[in-house]
Write a protein that binds this ligand. Structure first.
Ligand code: PLP
Length: 226
């Protein structure tokens, strides 16, 4: 069994074990720092979504792999002056954490006649070192995006504090899921909260148990990064 089949199996098993339809959990293969020659085989093995963190690196890869039927997701920190490229290249931007950034994405998307799908990144651990809007400010962020025509919120994303044991991270996943449910009940116009982007190599099973719909996995697919 190759690494992709192995991961897909673990995703399916975990989803079934918690009574979820495995089809509701999508794998984002995180290919940051991984060269194109090692990405192609992963696409051939069935990966349909690739996640990248750095705009310039991603652009080169996306141009080179433009013939492939894959969707590209941006999962890194997005600077406003790079929004133009993110909108050009990515189907989903996971990391919108301010109205200012959302407005720039909206402006760039309007130029391309595109409605850019995004997730709101929430800093569930309240860590000073991490990007993301605080849970308390997430509603205001969504309301700020709600009136923009060329950007569409699809859900929430988080990078929880790093712990060795997945079970220690799990309460953070749960709190993101609860925040999503709470905000969904507010029925903010034009805001759809279907997706929960959470879980990486070390903790994706706990994330699936708490409702993840997008798991972002790098190391378990491509090996340790340099
Ligand atoms: C690098 C990265 C990942 C993948 O992490 P692994 O532990 O290698 O699976 C997932 N999400 C984000 C935001 C990342 O930057």
């Amino acid at each position: 069994m190759n690494a992709i089949e192995h991961i897909q199996n673990r995703i399916e098993k975990t989803a079934r074990a918690c009574g979820r339809d495995p089809e509701t959990v999508r794998l984002v293969a995180v290919s940051k720092t991984v060269p194109i020659a090692r990405i192609r085989p992963v696409i051939e093995a069935g990966v349909r979504i690739l996640g990248e963190n750095y705009i310039q690196e991603a652009g080169e890869k996306i141009e080179a792999l433009g013939d492939q039927a894959v969707s590209w997701h941006f999962i890194g920190h997005l600077q406003r002056n790079k929004a133009k490229f993110a909108v050009r290249w990515f189907d989903l931007i996971h990391t919108v954490d301010s109205v200012k950034l959302a407005k720039e994405i909206d402006r760039q998307a309007a130029k391309l006649g595109k409605v850019q799908e995004v997730l709101a990144q929430v800093n569930v651990g309240g860590e000073a070192s991490k990007a993301g809007v605080s849970p308390e400010d997430t509603e205001a962020l969504l309301r700020g995006i709600s009136s923009l025509d060329n950007i569409a919120v699809k859900g929430l994303m988080t990078i929880p504090p790093y712990f060795d044991a997945p079970e220690t991270v799990r309460p953070y996943f749960r709190s993101l899921a609860e925040l999503k449910d709470r905000l969904a009940r507010k029925k903010i116009p034009n805001i759809i909260l279907d997706e929960l982007s959470m879980g990486m190599t070390g903790d994706f099973e706990a994330a699936i148990a708490e409702g993840a719909t997008l798991v972002r996995i790098g190391t378990a697919i491509f090996g340790e990064r340099q």
